[in-house]
Design a protein around this ligand. Structure first.
Ligand code: F0G
Length: 457
């Protein structure tokens, strides 16, 4: 029996104790203001040492366990057929049931190799919602990346349990009309782009049935598969008594292929893989792998990285870890609501998305309200977050959000309490929060390097 989840305690119980610590970097408001001026009010330009709590991403920023560090020491750095490779490929095949495992340096390398071999001009790849790099890699091969999110996904306030689902009706209509142009159907679990929302197992099964009917392979972008499985256990009928490992195995049993960024639910700082059922496709992908990543038994990784991922894939399915993980996002969201700040609902697995409209209602869209909140979180509390709004998407933006992504096993409940306090403090002084104008921007992906200046009044 669990000492935490069953006991009704309010405390978020981090299911680990700390063996190795890393100091945080404290700065004064004056130092942070100087840093903001220097970077043109763009937090991507900050040095990490200028940041106190870094919520820029949950990717590659997690803490490894003692067992992972021990595995690192066991890393076999042989060029071909290393023991670490055997352990890695066994872990991935055991989890996914897929025979062919292709190690890569991170998720987007799996995407690049897969789409180079499968997508051509005139093709369309549907997904619940493509992550940016998935979309970019499909478009690079001149295919169309089509998002088919379910209806509830469009409403940030709808309390639906599985807002990450794909719209099965629209998928069916697409396949009925253009099945020959669809090299594969993708499902991204959890659905990062719409707020880390989960996909239900029922949805996966429906998509599998459609794929069978039209003889099209189903691929899963598994970056946050374990968090998705936890939501299935919590929210979907018939799964309450299943273990995360059982649910994950069922999830992957429906897939013909998996792309994975091990920087998320691999609990590693780098790495990923492409896992495939089809022998011929695997042979072609391996040939391309050798060209750009490395020999098939290490891909773009060191033997020690393979070890860390093999171990991470096991640890990430520990129910106590997942309880703490998902509870942390819920808790932070609740603290924000208590302070009068709205978020995407329900909170996702890896991040809380603040609705800038509820924090700085006086700022119009053309003054970049979500960007203004990002700057203020840094100025007031040294917190680094990401704008997901008009700066990132331009006029196509549908919402003005601020993503607070939670690195895995890095921050404790006190850190999260501090973040909530800073969010509340920013809201309390909202009248003083200025809007921004862009003073310089690059031709594409402007959010990374654009420069801004505050607009007085
Ligand atoms: N798929 C999803 C759903 C992702 O969220 C990411 C990365 C990738 C693929 C690409 O993996 O970074 O290892 O090449 N997401 C990060 C983020 C960057 O901050 O959300 P990668």
């Amino acid at each position: 029996m669990s000492g935490t989840g069953d006991g009704g305690w309010r405390t978020i119980f981090e299911p680990f104790r700390i063996k190795s610590v890393e100091p945080l970097h404290f700065t004064t408001v004056a130092e942070r203001e100087a840093a903001l001026e220097r970077t043109g009010y763009n937090v991507f330009g900050l040095a990490a040492r200028e940041v106190l709590i870094d919520l820029l991403t949950d990717s590659g920023t997690g803490a490894m366990s003692a067992e992972q560090w021990a595995a690192i020491m066991r890393g076999d750095e042989s060029y071909a057929g290393a023991e670490s490779w055997e352990r890695f490929t066994a872990a991935v095949t055991n989890l996914t049931g897929l025979a062919h495992v292709i190690p890569v340096h991170q998720g987007r390398a799996a995407e690049r190799i897969l789409f180079a071999e499968t997508v051509k001009l005139g093709d369309v790849v549907p997904n619940n919602t493509h992550f940016d790099t998935t979309r970019a890699n499909i478009e690079y091969d001149r295919g169309e990346a089509l998002d088919l999110p379910c209806e509830a996904a469009g409403d940030t306030q709808a309390e639906a349990p599985f807002k990450g689902n794909i719209d099965v009706e629209r998928l069916e209509a697409l396949l009925a009309e253009r099945a020959l142009d669809v090299p594969m159907v993708f499902l991204t679990v959890t659905n990062n782009t719409i707020g880390g929302q989960p996909v239900s197992m029922a949805n996966v099964r429906e998509v599998r049935a459609l794929c069978d009917r039209y003889e099209i392979p189903l691929f899963i972008d598994a970056a946050r598969f374990a968090e998705n499985c936890w939501f299935v256990i919590q929210r979907e009928e018939g799964y309450a008594d299943r273990t995360p490992t059982e649910v994950a195995k069922e999830l992957f049993s429906y897939a013909d292929g998996v792309t994975m960024s091990a920087k998320k639910d691999g609990l590693a700082n780098i790495g990923g893989f492409l896992a495939l059922r089809d022998d011929d496709l695997a042979a072609r992908c391996r040939a391309l792998l050798i060209l750009t990543e490395g020999f098939p038994t290490y891909g773009g990784l060191a033997g020690r990285d393979l070890e860390a991922i093999a171990q991470g894939l096991e640890e990430v399915l520990d129910p106590e870890y997942l309880r703490y993980r998902v509870r942390t996002a819920e808790y932070l969201a609740q603290r924000c609501w208590d302070a009068g700040v709205e978020t995407v609902r329900p909170p996702g697995g890896h991040a809380v998305y603040l609705d800038a409209g509820s924090m700085v209602p006086h700022l119009h869209r053309d003054r970049f309200p979500a960007h203004a909140v990002v700057v203020e979180l840094y100025r007031v509390g040294g917190i680094r977050a990401v704008e997901v709004g008009s700066v990132m998407f331009g006029p196509a933006a549908t919402h003005e959000l601020v993503r607070l992504a939670l690195p895995r096993r890095v921050y404790t409940q006190s850190h999260i309490d501090y973040v909530a306090e800073v969010v509340a403090a920013v809201r309390a002084r909202r009248e003083q929060v200025p809007g921004y104008r862009i003073t310089w921007e690059p031709p594409y992906l402007r959010h990374f390097t654009a420069r801004f200046e505050p607009i007085a009044g």
